[in-house]
Design a protein around this ligand. Structure first.
Ligand code: GLC
Length: 425
């Protein structure tokens, strides 16, 4: 059974493999996405290490001169996706989007390095990636934390990777929609519109893109100029974990300057993230930098914070919080609390379970010694696949597969989880 699932997962990845990068899935997402690639490389490394390194290297070939790694690389023209390169207008040789995505590469590279069978190749390729990843981390703290708080903000919901989360509703309502011309969405012709963000949200997403474009994608200006500035616990936890993993890796490779700076970023972040703790909900929540307040929204963002080394009592509380969610969800971990009024079990990030999120939560719980809950999450991830195939996301009550099918990172996570006995926590 296990081997059969792994073979199926490999077939999904092979189908989405474009040689030096993978697409998330054929049709709906025909380009390279940032955190999809980093997480997919983890699964690929189990059967082809060379190809796994290439996946990440391709992403970093398109890093901007200022350090940013964009969220989409438009390698080949394809009009099946909106907004395409002409909307972003970032004036790159190979077009890219202008925003970024959760920086999980530091974590992924360290894990692939740790497990490498070909040590010499791993050392060579990790060493070359090290300064690039560190450059991206520095970019974040320079451009997205101008006040030096230790936490960075996202300036577009798409940067979070949790596009239409309830967390963004209030802040997004402040984003205007006038002067957004007519456009035609493509996602709703590939996937059920009831599983996708609404048109109203899309207009605001596009307004933000147009606004940043009018500022020439100058990252030194965008943070302060954006009406949407959110400090997301999950995004920060991923950045902190990547900084700390990069510090470990840099130490081993004798790159002491990168090690020291990365360690400082991580330590400052861990201290600062505690300001996002919500005692009433028993989890972390987002902070709205424009409105200067915490957002009372029980989403997965505040649970995924367990991916970085939060203090032990916090990790325990998060495990208890997940157990509580399990009273209303049959499959862990719903992206929004099923008892909250905004919950929607089919609509993207407003309820469904995502395997990549499950994987990162489970990993964080294992590091914190919360093995029982971690094992339960892993088991649910596999049960979902067995029932519904390699979907983009799943209804946490019915297990209905939603969004696109044959998803690269879902398949990669299955390979990871099924090999997890070999994975050091
Ligand atoms: C959606 C998801 C995002 C992902 C992308 C490609 O936009 O919200 O997290 O990276 O699809 O799979």
């Amino acid at each position: 059974m296990k081997q059969e699932l792994i073979e199926k997962a490999r077939a999904v990845i092979a189908r989405n493999d474009r040689g030096h990068y993978t697409v998330p899935t054929h049709g709906l997402y025909p380009f390279q996405w940032n955190w999809d690639s980093a997480l997919s490389a983890l699964g690929i490394a189990h059967f082809d290490e060379t190809r796994a390194w290439t996946e990440i290297e391709t992403l970093f070939l398109h890093q901007w001169e200022d350090g940013k790694v964009p969220h989409i690389i438009f390698h080949e023209p394809d009009d099946g996706y909106f907004p395409g390169p002409e909307v972003w207008a970032t004036a790159r040789n190979v077009p890219t989007s202008g925003i970024t995505q959760p920086p999980v590469t530091g974590f992924a590279v360290r894990r692939i390095f740790d497990r490498a069978r070909d040590k010499a190749m791993a050392e060579k390729r990790a060493r070359a990636l090290l300064p690039r990843i560190h450059g991206w981390h520095k970019w974040f703290y320079r451009n997205r934390d101008p006040q030096g708080t230790g936490l960075v903000a996202i300036i577009h919901p798409w940067e979070s990777g949790r596009d239409n989360s309830v967390d963004w509703d209030d802040a997004l309502a402040r984003v205007p929609t006038e002067a957004v011309g007519d456009f035609q969405r493509r996602d709703t012709s590939h996937a059920n519109p009831a599983h996708r963000p609404t048109d109203e949200q899309y207009k605001r997403y596009i307004w933000l893109v147009q606004h940043f474009r009018s500022l020439g994608w100058d990252n030194s200006k965008l943070h302060d100029a954006s009406p949407f500035r959110m400090v997301d616990p999950d995004f920060n936890a991923i950045l902190i974990r990547s900084c700390s993993d990069l510090a470990d890796l840099a130490e081993r490779l004798g790159e002491s300057e990168i090690a020291v700076e990365s360690r400082e970023f991580a330590e400052r972040g861990i201290k600062a993230i505690d300001s996002l703790w919500h005692e009433g909900l028993g989890q972390y929540v987002c902070y709205d930098r424009v409105a200067a307040k915490l957002i009372d929204s029980p989403s997965i963002g505040g649970i995924l914070a367990t991916f970085c080394a939060v203090p032990k009592p916090r990790a325990e509380a998060l495990a208890a919080r997940i157990a509580k969610l399990g009273e209303s969800a049959r499959f862990m971990v719903p992206s929004h609390d099923p008892t909250a009024p905004e919950y929607d079990g089919l609509r993207y990030w407003r309820g469904p379970v995502w395997l990549i999120v499950n994987y990162m939560i489970s990993d964080g719980l294992k590091v914190a010694g919360q093995d029982a809950m971690a094992r339960r999450i892993d088991a649910d991830s596999i049960r979902l696949i067995e029932k519904g195939g390699f979907a983009e996301y799943y209804d946490p009550v019915t297990a209905e597969p939603c969004g696109g099918s044959n998803f690269t990172w879902t398949a990669a996570m299955v390979i990871e989880i099924l090999n997890s006995e070999k994975t050091p926590a």
